[in-house]
Each structure stands twice: as C-alpha cells, then as structure tokens.
Design a protein around this ligand. Structure first.
Ligand code: SAH
Ligand code: SF4
Ligand code: F3S
Length: 448
C-alpha cells in the first residue's frame, strides 16, 4: 500500500500529517511522493485563509481522472478543512472517499481499511473525541529535528480566526507525557525539538497550572543529547518575565520567539480581539531584549482587516520599522465563515491589501538586509539541517536566532552543531564556512 500525503498549513498540521503517515506505516503503508502510483492519497488541509482551501479543492478536483482509471484507490481529506466542511466535501468532490477531522486522524489506518472494504463515503469528524497522541518516535521524516505538540486547540477567538472552531478548545498535554515523548525522540537521535501550540505560552492553563511552560523547558533542558529547544507560537497576552528568564538561563532553549503582533493600531487590535495594545506589545519586545540581549522575535501581520484605514496601516508599518523583527509573515485578510469578523464588511480592496502587504514586506526586507550584513565576520553556532537543495556540495543550517546559513559540507554533518564564520549575506540567507564543532552538552557560544 503506497501512501501519498500532502500537508498544507501550520507546523502543527505538518506534524499531524507526519503522525498519520506513522500510523499508516505501522499498518504496512509505504510513503511515496508520486500521486500517480499511490494507493492512498491524503490531503492534510488548512482553513486559515480561503486561498489555502481553494488549492485543496483544485488539487483534489484533478484527481477525478486518476480515480476513474484506478477506482480502487482511496482519496482522503483530513485536517482543518475536513473539520469545517465535513460532508459538504463529498458533494463538491464525489470521488473523495474519506473526510477525517482534526481529532480523528490518528485512526487513519483503520479508516482507510474501512473505506477500502465498504467503498462508501466515510466521515470521521467528531468534535469531542480525545486526540490519541500515541507516537512511534522512530517514524519521522527528519532524523535530527522533531516537532512535538504540547497543546491542541485554541480558546482565544481572535475575530478573524477559524482555528478555535476547527481545532476545538485549548487542551494541554500532561507534563510527564511531553517529557517522556521528548526523551524517546532524543534517544532516537533528535537534537532539536520544537514545541508546538497555537498559544504555546499558555501551556498548562487547561490543567490549572498556567506558567508551567517554564518547568517544562527546565525539564527538557536537562535531557542529555538534546542540543536545541524552540517553542511556537507565543501570544503576547501570555508572555511573562519568567518565560524570558528561562530563555536566558536555559542553555538549550534558543533565543527566538514567534510572537505575532498582527497590527500596530489599537483600534484594529481591539476589533481583532487580541487583548493588548500596540504600546504593550512594544513594551514586551523591550522587556524581552533587556532580559535576553540579541533575542530574535518574529511576527505575523494581517493587512486589510475590515475597516483598516490608511492611517491604521501606517501604524503597523511604523511598528515593523521600529521593532526590527527577525522575520515578519504578512497575510492579506481573508473572511472566514462563522468568525466574528465575517459579520463585518470586507471593505479593503484586493489591490489595496496587496499594496499594504508588499509595503510591510519591503520594510522587513530592509531590516533583514541590515541585520544580516551586521553578522558578516562573526562566528555563530549553527545546527546543520541537511544538504542544500540547490547545491549538493553545501549544507544549510540555522542559527539559534533562526536565520538560515549555507556553507560547504556534506550529508555527514546533518544534526551537528558547528561554529560557523559568516562570510557574506543577502536579506534571505547567510553564507559561511565551518570552523569547529561544538559539543551538544557544552553551553554554546553566545550568538547575536
Ligand atoms: N496561533 C497563532 C497563529 C495561527 S494562524 C497565533 O495566534 O499567533 C497563523 C497566522 O495566520 C496568524 O497569526 C494570522 O496572522 C494569520 N491569519 C489567521 N486568520 C487569518 C485570516 N482570516 N486572514 C488572514 N490571515 C489570517
Ligand atoms: Fe487564531 Fe488567535 Fe488562536 Fe492564534 S490565538 S489560533 S490567531 S484564535
Ligand atoms: Fe491552518 Fe488548521 Fe493550522 S486552519 S494554520 S492548519 S490549525
């Protein structure tokens, strides 16, 4: 049974797709990247913007011809769009066999089997089923880096966002369970773990221990053999001095936050239900940089939220200019059915959204160009991620602060922590040369 899975959306979705592949492999499945030869074709979907959904409908629409030629194949839609559109998917795409939501995907092997024998449309979109987190640590595409889900769902109900309705209520996994999973991953060769949650810094709230992320980081920091820990995504309203001190004090925790601001206008932030002001966000960034000098902070922004004026957009542009993010992900507002903002008129014209989007990216690019140029000549700690896709004689890696660096080397360096001297820079990548290896248990040299 050859299995093709394509995942859209966030890192959590990518990990869920990986877990689904793990479940299918345990049932005798074998991954393939070629749709044409697959016996099972699965799309792990995202609903966060309309565009993401259109791509799925168009990709899966085209599979109609393949299904006609090979009626025995099983086609499934999983993840957020499955949870949102459910049975309506069968109406639009009758050649789909399976629709599996965000809580039942761990049962995928059994569902595929059922679809193969009954040849009926199968819908598995329970809203209550607890998500089975069982994971075979040996089944993963990347030997040295792993994602680890520490919480599911979201309770924030940002006015524009579909996530709370497709992923359900925020639920944190028990501390011991997370540490045990991390331990198994490290025993199997993982050197970098990225903890995942939609609001990762409120980890523990659902079991009555808000703030316990610090204890989790402390426990993971003691795992022998683990070199790096990251955690994403942080909500500004839950960022604390204690978390920042943990980033400063725990050698394996990288000096890197993903803490989306979304907008620089207080009126828009209020309409988005984000629960902070631009001034408060600026103070948080200042506090983070005071406690952890050189910390890299990345942000997301939405342009063209309903009613966003030119002046309000300018406040966002000022924020991006002033705060010098390590990276900014900019999205054009897309109305999502059932969200609070969907009741407001989507009144910023598409070409205006596009212009605002490009303007923010332009400012961010300038910041990156300057920040990267300042790294030239410095020696930094790099974790090698693998051979460069563009040049087989070079490897790519990341700084603790998340910038990408390319330098001469081969496959044998994957997973190694090296000291790399930066020789040149573009706004998107750094180019360097390795000078030495760092032991994974040694406190790495300070990097910017
Ligand atoms: N939980 C994370 C992000 C979830 S979605 C957080 O709160 O930070 C990732 C990003 O998509 C969001 O940060 C937001 O910038 C963007 N996004 C979410 N809904 C959107 C919508 N309806 N239109 C455009 N962008 C959206
Ligand atoms: Fe969506 Fe807001 Fe939750 Fe992030 S915090 S997933 S943007 S509702
Ligand atoms: Fe998309 Fe679902 Fe993630 S909507 S961003 S895949 S939680």
């Amino acid at each position: 049974m050859k299995v093709f899975i394509h995942a859209f959306g966030c890192q959590m979705n990518k990990l869920d797709a990986e877990l689904a592949m793990g479940a299918l492999r345990r049932a005798g499945g074998e991954p393939t990247e070629n749709v044409e030869e697959a016996d099972v074709i699965l799309y792990h979907t995202c609903s966060v913007r309309e565009h993401a959904e259109e791509r799925v409908y168009s990709n899966v629409g085209k599979l109609k011809f393949l299904k006609r030629r090979r009626p025995e194949i099983v086609i499934g839609i999983m993840g957020c769009m499955a949870q949102k559109d459910r049975g309506a998917i069968f109406e639009r795409l009758p050649h789909v066999d399976l629709v599996v939501g965000t809580r039942e995907f761990p049962r995928i092997a059994e569902l595929v089997e059922e679809a193969r024998t009954t040849r009926k449309h199968l819908l598995a979109c329970s809203e209550e089923a607890p998500v089975d987190e069982a994971r075979d640590p040996a089944v993963r595409p990347n030997r040295t880096q792993a994602f680890l889900t520490i919480m599911r769902g979201c309770d924030n109900f940002c006015a524009y966002c579909i996530v709370p309705s497709v992923r359900g209520r925020e639920t944190s996994r028990p501390l011991g369970e997370v540490v045990a999973e991390a331990r198994r991953l490290v025993d199997d060769g993982v050197v970098e773990i990225t903890l995942l949650g939609q609001n990762v810094n409120s980890y523990g709230k659902s079991f009555g221990r808000p703030g316990v992320l610090v204890e989790l980081l402390e426990r993971l920091d003691r795992l022998n053999g683990l070199a790096r820990i990251r955690f994403v995504t942080s909500h500004p309203k839950d960022m604390s001095r204690e978390i920042l001190q943990a980033v400063r004090d725990l050698p394996r925790v990288c000096e890197h936050l993903h803490m989306p601001a979304q907008s620089g206008s207080d009126r828009i932030l209020k309409a988005m239900n984000r629960k902070y002001t631009a001034a408060h966000y600026r103070e948080l960034v200042a506090m983070a940089r005071e406690i952890v000098p050189g910390i890299a902070i990345a942000s997301d922004f939405i342009v063209g939220f309903p009613g966003e004026t030119e002046g309000e957009f300018d406040q966002t542009a000022d924020l991006v200019r002033d705060l010098r993010f390590q990276n900014s992900f900019v999205f054009k507002y897309s109305p999502r059915p059932g969200t609070a903002a969907a009741k407001l008129s989507d009144d910023v014209l598409p070409e205006e959204k596009k212009r605002r989007n490009l303007e923010l990216l332009e400012i961010q690019l300038r910041v990156n160009r300057e920040e990267h140029a300042a790294l030239v000549g410095r020696e930094v700690e790099v974790l090698v991620e693998g051979v460069s896709a563009r040049d087989a004689r070079r490897v790519t890696g990341r700084l603790r602060t998340n910038q990408i660096v390319v330098f001469p080397g081969g496959e044998e360096l994957t997973g190694k922590l090296l000291r790399v001297r930066i020789l040149s820079a573009t706004p998107l990548t750094l180019v360097g040369e390795a000078s030495a290896e760092c032991g994974t248990n040694e406190r790495p040299p300070a990097t910017p």
